[in-house]
Ligand binder design. Sequence first.
Ligand code: KG4
Ligand code: ZN
Length: 347
Amino acid sequence: MRILAIETSCDETAIALIEAKGTDLMLKKPISYKILKEEVASQIASHAPFGGVVPNIAKREHQENLPILYRKMFGGGALEKKAWAKIDYIAVTAGPGLEPALWTGIVFAKELAKKWKKPLIGANHLEGHLYSFLLPKTKKLKKNKGLFPAIALIVSGGHTILLKVDNLKAWKKLGETVDDAAGEAYDKVARLLGLPYPGGPVIQKLADEGNPLAINFPRPMLHHKNYNFSFSGLKTSVLYFVRDNPEVKPADVAASFVAAATEVLVKKTMRAVSEFKAKTILLSGGVAANKHLRDNLLSSASKAKVNFYVAEQKYNTDNAAMIGAAAYINLLRKKKFKLIAKGNLGI
Ligand code: KG4
Ligand code: ZN
């Protein structure tokens, strides 16, 4: 099945043409995706001066970028017609995200659906992240004795969620952040160190040159019995520390912050793995691009003898291929999302 997927929930305008195969939601037999074409336009440069994403700028840029990316992907005339003859569905992110941004994708997708007479399906951005481990180049999911139950950690700019996943259509939320998301903490710490938005990649780079043991930042909620997270206090500790200790190297601050944020994420995930006797860890979302987090979870997973799956880096941050992946699974699980922008859609 071929799906053209569109993602405009935040600051990446993305479209992808994917081919999907497989039907087993327990994954005893693989579900696999081939990414035939993809185009992305990042708006990072437009939002960077404001230190975060500005909804109306995002909306305007999505409106400008979508037709450009579409033309890049399809060309025009006979080529475009030929490509559409093989497409079965159009998929678009319905939420969560910035509503003005989401609407641009939905309106564009509706126009395409009308013009080419194709069915249009909505997808949940968070489910896109969750399923991103199925995208290509991830360690192949071979025939296996069972991957479930799995513990999924979704860590992005807007969310930090821990799920117990029983199969690709059934899961339970174990916990989530009670204040800032992990990615938001990276972005805020970058800002207070005078670094550009988005904070994740620059903090990671700076942290590589620092000492993670230099400063003992708090590990919020590490010892709480529940699976919730909190990152706002950690960010405030970094703020006060930097204000009171201007002589300390920013690289040490960055490395110590990364160590604190990662330790909480990894330890809580591993506690859930042990409590629920999980066979697999699924890591996703923009912060999953963080090398320190990936390496730490991988080594904890191998010590605990559980599988560890994470998509290749470019499919951790927002992309359209994961929206196509989620839309395909929606079809398998007969799940329908309303084609209206829902900023606070949950998982
Ligand atoms: O999933 P995503 O692209 O967008 C949302 O759905 O929010 O996540 C973006 C977040 C940003 O906060 C960004 O700073 C963070 O992911 N991020 C990282 C890294 N790359 C992106 N955080 C830590 N380390 C990274 N390498
Ligand atoms: Zn995202």
